[in-house]
Design a protein around this ligand. Structure first.
Ligand SMILES: Nc1ncnc2c1ncn2[C@@H]1O[C@H](COP(=O)(O)OP(=O)(O)OP(=O)(O)O)[C@@H](O)[C@H]1O
Length: 262
């Protein structure tokens, strides 16, 4: 059974069609990257798969659960890190992670918090009120809450944004190890270099439909994921675009900027 499967997922908001018969299948153990221009339907897909939003039509299965019919079962089983999500400003990382542990019914929470704070380098700020943390420090805490209950499947929107280069390398290693242990990771990113380096499969969405799927490790040595992306998302005869590797997204890799993806 695939970790994730969708059949003809469609989401309409009045006249706007955010998803249009999107079908995809992500096997267990895959490090899958969902790529696409702004407004192509990536967030909508993640919100449906994590039971936050009901589709207008179509079906989905996530670890064998129906996110529309049983959203709680999905949310209990997976880790989720939406883009631009922070820990509550009035809690310290320790208090927030204890709260997450309580909600998830975890045992040994203090040990888990210590382990993740050590791994993601926030031991020194565990007891600092979150409003006083930098953006990167808050992202580390949010990554910890995503993985702290050791879920089999994790959804992350822009995992490396705001992290310094050393922490990016640490998180990349963790994500690879996580999938090598048989778990599944579903990323959404505008950073094609990150997808090319990490993902074992990428799917490209355009206008709410999956238009291409590929293992980036199969790219020819002289072919870049950006070229492939352009070919799939740009209508014929309109093949000019940004030269920076993040089409219709931010102008630099996360290593080069402190700005969040617009
Ligand atoms: N609540 C809403 N009401 C109306 N339209 C919406 C709503 N949410 C999303 N849309 C529209 O649905 C389409 C898909 O949006 P979505 O946020 O899924 O795209 P995305 O690929 O995640 O974009 P980005 O890369 O900019 O984050 C867009 O046209 C967007 O304007």
């Amino acid at each position: 059974m695939p970790a994730i499967e969708t059949m003809d997922l469609t989401k309409r908001y009045g006249d706007v069609t955010a998803l249009s018969s999107l079908s995809l299948s992500v096997p267990e153990g895959e490090l899958f990257g969902l790529l696409g221009p702004n407004g192509s339907g990536k967030t909508t897909t993640i919100e449906i798969l994590t039971g936050q939003l009901d589709p207008t039509e179509g079906t989905a299965s996530v670890l064998g659960h129906d996110p529309a019919g049983d959203p709680l079962a999905v949310r209990e089983a997976v880790g989720i890190l939406p883009e631009r999500e922070d820990p509550p400003s009035f809690l310290t990382p320790r208090e927030y992670l204890q709260f997450v542990g309580d909600v998830r019914g975890l045992s040994g929470v203090d040990d888990r918090i210590a382990e993740w704070a050590d791994r993601l380098g926030f031991v020194d700020t565990l007891d600092t009120i979150s409003t006083d943390l930098s953006e990167g420090e808050r992202q580390r805490v949010m990554l910890a809450q995503t993985f702290v209950h050791e879920p089999d499947l994790v959804f992350i929107d822009e995992p490396l944004v705001n992290l310094d280069p050393i922490m990016q390398a640490e998180v990349k290693d963790h994500m690879r190890d996580y999938c090598e242990r048989g778990n599944t990771l579903f990323l959404s990113t505008h950073f094609l270099e990150v997808a090319e380096e990490l993902c074992t499969s990428v799917g490209i969405v355009r206008d709410g439909d999956l238009v291409a799927e590929r293992d980036p490790r199969d790219l020819d040595p002289d072919e870049q994921l950006l070229d492939y992306f352009r070919q799939e998302v740009e209508p014929e005869g309109n093949e000019t675009g940004p030269e920076n590797g993040a089409v219709a997204g931010p102008a630099a890799t996360p290593a080069e900027t402190d700005e969040r993806d617009p």
